[in-house]
Design a protein around this ligand. Structure first.
Ligand code: NAX
Ligand code: ADP
Ligand code: K
Length: 591
């Protein structure tokens, strides 16, 4: 199996190079929808290169390998099976050797009615062959299993039993052992409707309750590991959202995995919405699906990417350049007492490498701002006419506006003047609210703009789109944040960056990427006042440096998270830009 995998052509999941601690060359990973995954699988099967049954075998094998890699103490070879599959265990006061050594590894596999269940039957067989004690439950009608799942169901029946899982079942408490693994193979990419049976996840609910109950915290035998096959069941693979029954009060318990093992590529649902919360940790296993170049050529704009790291070559400053060769960003400041947001943005623009940064300040705020900045320059800009005049200087090649700009007519006129100048521009905060209030202003947006709404601003700008995203989904694939931002970008005619732990960035032509601040990149400290202003500055700075709008937004969002990770807990918005030198040094130093 492993050999045959090695001979199979590598997929192009990794679009560029490799990433290690010091050297970043990779920059995007594909995130597939369920339909895209099916299309890739279908193309491979139709080419005659592989059968569905072989793919299912590799998927099951991939799950078992991932379990063993994650918890080496559970790894047993098939040869150990005859001896009972007992894994070596450490001695210690809480785990007396004489008890633990005798413990048999145990898996409970919950199979669903489709091919996800089929993968579950493969996992059950492979673990049993390694001497595990395995119990298998089927949620659904065995007679209606699709052919490959049916074949694996029958293979399993040659070595074990299948118990009908009707949701009324409560697990024998002996399952709650450290050496047990619960395999969730109920639903994967085929989840199309809410799970109707209220008790369908009763077993997992029981487990969750057991884990959380005070008397079991710190118990000698911690809870079993929960492993989801492909998706944590109940979570939509396209949107990362849970599906809800149209008839309340069916707020079903869901499966919350420690480990989710998916195949070929991550799915959108692993990084969007609540997907990360339920997935635990995601491991992608290669199942030897070949690259279909024709299909990819026809679909590349429709495939969303996870932005993993920028091209370092773009971030470096070449020798021999002068300050004007790195652009001049103009950041618009608010009135006196409200200049901090723009000052933070300006500092971000300068730190990220714009050659020059000028703050455009209302005359009344000049003294306040002048007392606070040094390397950043000042220009008095009292109104829209003055802004238009300043922008006659073509060296101002990027504009950042919105943070604490104000919502009065004067501010609206400044937004209009900035847009009419046609420069690369990032619009945030108050500028977004002004755009939402005035259709004529909105119509001035052009392809060199980037909008950076948070959820509230997105709702104001695109209420109908936000409503689709906020309505509880009753069928899959559910409308996703990727769908919403693509639709918004198309309507606005410019790049839209919708903030959050799953920041989605889309261009009007459908290109889309996700900057995920989740899993090992979780950066909850970014939820602090003013961090969005710094992001505006980062984008403005990169626009000044000549980055295209989509690329500026992606790179800035990624660096923003990297700065938060560099600083860690206790982060304030002011700290973000100050991490850039360290982040750049790390990125730019090659091994
Ligand atoms: N696409 C691929 O390339 C591969 C897919 N594989 C597995 O196949 C899975 C996809 O299989 P399927 O398309 O059969 O889909 P699933 O097995 O995810 O589920 C679909 C089945 O569940 C039913 N169903 C959906 N929602 C339901 C609900 N709420 N209540 C009750 N029944 C419901 C459907 O009618 C269908 O029978 C993947 O997640 C993966 O685990 C792997 O075997 C390997 C390769
Ligand atoms: N939990 C979180 N994890 C990661 N990033 C977050 C989280 N919460 C917020 N952010 C990021 O922090 C920034 C906050 O921006 P914004 O909401 O505009 O705040 P402010 O208006 O205070 O500047 C955005 O870049 C957003 O993506
Ligand atoms: K599953």
């Amino acid at each position: 199996m492993a050999d045959s995998r090695n001979t199979i052509k590598k997929t192009s999941k990794r679009l560029k190079g490799v990433r290690n601690e010091n050297f970043v060359a990779e920059f995007m990973t594909e995130l597939l929808s369920a339909a895209q995954m099916r299309a890739i699988e279908q193309a491979a099967i139709e080419s005659g290169e592989v059968t569905g049954l072989e793919l299912m075998e590799r998927a099951g094998q991939g799950v078992v390998e991932a379990i063993f890699a994650e918890w080496p103490e559970l790894a047993v070879s098939p040869a150990a099976g005859g001896e009972g599959g007992v894994a070596p265990r450490p001695a210690g006061p809480d785990s007396p050797q004489d008890i633990c050594e005798q413990k048999k590894l145990r898996a409970v596999v919950l199979c669903g009615p489709g091919n996800n269940g089929g993968d579950g039957f493969v996992v059950a067989r492979l673990l049993k062959e390694r001497g595990w004690e395995v119990e298998v439950f089927l949620y659904g009608d065995a007679g209606k299993l699709p052919p490959d799942a049916k074949a694996n169901y029958e293979r399993w029946l040659e070595m074990g039993e299948v118990t009908e899982y009707d949701g009324e079942f409560w697990m024998d408490p002996s399952i709650y052992r450290e050496d047990s693994v619960l395999v969730d193979a109920l639903f994967g990419t085929g989840l199309t409707r809410p799970v109707e049976n209220f008790n369908a996840f009763g077993w997992v609910t029981q487990l969750t309750e057991w884990r959380l109950s005070p008397e079991n915290r710190g118990a000698a035998y911690p809870a079993p590991r929960v492993v989801s096959v492909d998706m944590p069941s109940g979570v939509c693979a396209d949107s990362g959202r849970r599906l809800y029954s149209a008839d309340p009060p069916f707020d079903l318990e869901e499966i919350s995995a420690d480990l989710t093992v998916t195949f070929h590529s991550k799915k959108l649902g692993h990084v969007l919405a609540v997907g990360p919360y339920y997935s635990g940790k995601v491991v992608v296993q290669d199942i030897g699906l070949c690259e279909d170049h024709e299909w990819r050529k026809a679909n590349w704009k429709q495939i969303a990417k996870q932005f993993d790291a920028p091209f370092v070559g773009l971030l470096a400053k070449g020798y021999g350049g002068h300050k004007y060769s790195h652009g001049h960003a103009l950041i618009l400041s608010g009135r006196p007492g409200r200049t901090g947001a723009a000052r933070m943005a300006a500092r971000g623009a300068l730190r990220i490498g714009a050659g020059l940064v000028t703050l455009a300040v209302p005359p009344a705020a000049q003294a306040e701002v002048a007392a606070q900045v040094t390397a950043i320059m000042l220009r008095r800009v009292g109104d829209a006419t003055a802004l238009t005049k300043v922008l006659e200087d073509a060296r101002f090649n990027a504009i950042g506006l919105g943070p604490a700009l104000g919502l009065d007519a004067g501010a609206a006129a400044l937004v209009a003047a900035a847009l009419e100048a046609g420069r690369a521009s990032v619009l945030d905060a108050d500028a977004l609210t002004l755009l939402a209030q005035d259709a004529a202003l909105f119509s001035k947006l052009h392809e060199n703009c980037v909008l950076t709404p948070h959820a509230g601003e997105f709702r104001r700008l695109f209420p109908d789109i936000a409503a689709k995203l906020e309505t509880a989904p009753v069928q899959g694939p559910a409308y996703s944040k990727v769908d919403a931002v693509r639709e918004a970008a198309k309507r606005a005619g410019c790049v839209v960056l919708f903030k959050g732990p799953d920041t989605v960035i889309a261009a009007p032509d459908g290109r889309c990427s996700i900057n995920s601040a989740q899993y090992e990149r979780a950066a909850p400290w970014l939820a602090t006042a003013g961090s969005g202003d710094v992001l505006t500055g980062f984008i403005a700075g990169l626009l000044a440096r000549g980055f295209a709008p989509q690329s500026a937004a992606e790179t800035a969002a990624w660096l923003h998270v990297e700065c938060a990770l560099e600083f860690g807990p206790g982060l304030m918005a002011e700290d973000l830009s100050e991490q850039l030198p360290k982040v750049f040094r790390r990125l730019l130093s090659q091994p």
